[in-house]
Structures are given as structure tokens and as C-alpha cells.
Design a protein around this ligand. Structure first.
Ligand SMILES: *Cc1c(COP(=O)(O)O)cnc(C)c1O
Length: 364
């Protein structure tokens, strides 16, 4: 099997079947539905090939995060601190804060600060670009430093996808993806993947999954694999539209700041250009008029859907601080835009109209 496709042959199907089976006839390696499933294995093979490791699929991105923390921190003494991003996916960082270990929050874009936090640390938990602030870490540099200090490292690469960033190539121990987002790509499934190059770690991750039971459904795994087939074309289109919208938004009178690593004057631009294969399809903007105006924009668009999540075919926007768990250093008026596959002019017209109406600014 290559890329999760069945072996070719006369009348062989082109797509793996959804194998619905809670148990397996005795005598094989799978044994039981919590230990393995042929549909998961096809998805895992495809994602593993993209990231350059062995993938383990979970019921959600958070299930992958939970299992990864347990597997990586298992052998690490309980008093060693975790180095984690100051901004990032808030639910994952809440789990990190609840480990009962000291946590050292750093600006991932400040390479010197990340490296300075590493001596004596028990884990480097990285996210890049960060959600929703789109800060970009110099992943090769900080992972090299983690290795040299003997600190295990994990990268949540959900926002980048393996097409833009492959942290295992730079020495990360584990990469996690909320496959719910770009990999599956159609906002119709929750799924997570953890990928590691070390067989001991992947065995551990599978053991965590089997024991805690956060297993993906076979149909969910099939949907994710089906979505993954079009990831390159979806991402190309979404990125091109994101770049165009970001450029136009910098000139919009209702917008005070645009965060997008593809903009030449974005603080993350140089590092992203050097270390990633693209700038992604998320754009964050701060709008004139604060939280009220930002909420009004989100409620006024007609094509953009006011909803959380990202990475789907439909464009979504939301004000991140509407969530109590979001960091207070994320600006109140910050709207995260997840650019989808609609026509870029339709996206612009809708966004421009909503910004203009909500903030009373004149049209650019
Ligand atoms: C959504 C997300 C997760 C969690 O994934 P779920 O499938 O919702 O559990 C983790 N990390 C990042 C960066 C995310 O955007």
C-alpha cells in the first residue's frame, strides 16, 4: 500500500473501504477495535509519508495532544518545566498548564528567548504559526537547540500542515495535527494525528490510544483520508486568496493591523520565507472600534460564516476573545479569518462591506 491506497490489481478498489468491526477473528495483530483498524491504517500511512514518520490517528486533535503529552513526558521527571508558547491553541495550552509542572511561556518568534528557556527543561511544546496570533517560530533553530540540551520537543503544526512545515525533518520528537482542520478540510469530521519517527514513541502513542480509548471512528478516518487527497490544491487556492486579502486589508481604513506571515513587513515574514514552504491561509486582523465593532463585522458577513474552527472549504471568521479561555494578550478586536475556497472577489466584497458597515469607515 502506498499513500493509503489499496494495492492495484484487476478490480481492486481505488479507495480503502470503511471497515466497521469492533473485533477481529483471533490469530492476527489487530485483535480488537481499540487496537487497530484497516481504515485508520490507510490514513496513518498517508499522513506518515507526508510528515516523514509513523502516524497514529486519534478521535480529535485534543486526543492526539493528550496522548502526546503522556507519551513524551512519561520518562521526564515531574519537576522539570515545560516550555510552551505564550499564545497558541488555548485548549492544548490549558492541558499543558494543568500537568502540575512549572510552565515557562515564551514568545515562539523570539528565538533567543526560546533557546534561553531550554536548559533544564523537560519538554519544548511548540506551535507555529501560532493560532490565532500567527507568530512564526524559527523551527529548525529552536529544535536544534532543544536537541543539544536533550529536551524532547513537540510541534503542533495544524496551521502549517505537512505541506508547509515538516518538523520531524528538523528533529522534533512528535508532530501533532488537528486533522479536523486542513487535513480533512471539509468541516465535517473531528480527528487528530500524532506523528513520530521513533518506533518506541509511536508504540507508546498507540498504547495511549488503546488504553484511554480516544479512537477515531472508521468513517471519520475515511473522511479524513478522502479530504487529504485534495490538500495540495485546497491549500494552494486558500493561500493565494489569503495573500490577496491580507494585502488589500492592509489598506482598509477599518483595519488597524493585519497579521499574515506572507506580508513583507510582517514580523514573521523572513523566518517563514526561510523555513516554510508557504505562508498558510489564516489571516488575523484588528479592526477600528474594538470588540463591539469586531463582533459586528463577524455578525454582518453573508458569505463568510461566523464560526470557530479553520481549515475547511468554507471561509470562517470569529473574534477570538469571545472565548474566555483566550489569552488576554490577544487583542480584543482581533478577528481570525480562515480563508476557504470561495472566489476571492466574493470574499473581498463581503468582508469589505461588513468592515465598512460595522466601523463606519469609508470604502477604500
Ligand atoms: C483545533 C486545534 C486543535 C484541537 O483539535 P480538535 O480536533 O478540535 O480537538 C489543536 N491545535 C490547534 C492548533 C488547533 O487549531
Amino acid at each position: 500500500m502506498v499513500a493509503g491506497r489499496p494495492d492495484p490489481g484487476p478490480d481492486a478498489p481505488l479507495s480503502v473501504p470503511v471497515v466497521a468491526s469492533a473485533s477481529y477473528a483471533a490469530g492476527g495483530d489487530r485483535g480488537y477495535g481499540r487496537y487497530g483498524n484497516p481504515t485508520w491504517e490507510a490514513l496513518e500511512q498517508a499522513v506518515g509519508e507526508l510528515d516523514g514518520g509513523q502516524a497514529v490517528a486519534f478521535a480529535s486533535g485534543m486526543a492526539a495532544v493528550t496522548a502526546t503529552l503522556a507519551a513524551v513526558l512519561g520518562p521526564v521527571p515531574a519537576d522539570l518545566p515545560v516550555v510552551a508558547p505564550r499564545h497558541g491553541y488555548h485548549t492544548a495550552l490549558r492541558l499543558v498548564e494543568r500537568l502540575g509542572r512549572p510552565v515557562h511561556r515564551v514568545d515562539v518568534a523570539d528565538t533567543a528567548a526560546v533557546v534561553a528557556a531550554l536548559p533544564g527543561a523537560g519538554l519544548l511544546w511548540l506551535e507555529s504559526p501560532t493560532n490565532p496570533m500567527l507568530e512564526v517560530a524559527d523551527v529548525p533553530a529552536v529544535l536544534a537547540a532543544a536537541r543539544s540540551h536533550g529536551v524532547p520537543s513537540v510541534v503542533d503544526a495544524t496551521v502549517a500542515t505537512p505541506l508547509l512545515l515538516r518538523p520531524l525533518e528538523h528533529g522534533a520528537d512528535v508532530v501533532v495535527h488537528a486533522a479536523t482542520k486542513y487535513l480533512a478540510g471539509h468541516s465535517d469530521v473531528l480527528l487528530g494525528v500524532a506523528v513520530a519517527a521513533d518506533t518506541g514513541l509511536t508504540d507508546d502513542l498507540r498504547g495511549q490510544r488503546a488504553d484511554h480509548g480516544a479512537v477515531p471512528g472508521p468513517f471519520e478516518a475515511w473522511l479524513a483520508l478522502r479530504g487529504l487527497r485534495t490538500l495540495p490544491v485546497r491549500l494552494d487556492r486558500a493561500q493565494a486568496s489569503a495573500a490577496e486579502l491580507a494585502r488589500r486589508l492592509t489598506r482598509h481604513p477599518a483595519v488597524t493591523r493585519v497579521r499574515y506571515p506572507g506580508l513583507p513587513d510582517d514580523p514573521g515574514h523572513a523566518v517563514a520565507a526561510r523555513t516554510m514552504d508557504g505562508f498558510g491561509a489564516l489571516v488575523s486582523v484588528e479592526v477600528v472600534g474594538g470588540a463591539c465593532a469586531a463582533d459586528a463585522v463577524a455578525e454582518t458577513t453573508r458569505l463568510w460564516v461566523h464560526a470557530t474552527s479553520l481549515g475547511g472549504v468554507e471561509s470562517l471568521l470569529e473574534r477570538r476573545r469571545r472565548w474566555a479561555a483566550e489569552r488576554p494578550t490577544v487583542p480584543e478586536s482581533l478577528l481570525r479569518l480562515s480563508v476557504g475556497l470561495e472566489h476571492v472577489e466574493d470574499l473581498w466584497d463581503d468582508l469589505d462591506a461588513a468592515l465598512t458597515a460595522a466601523t463606519g469607515a469609508t470604502r477604500p
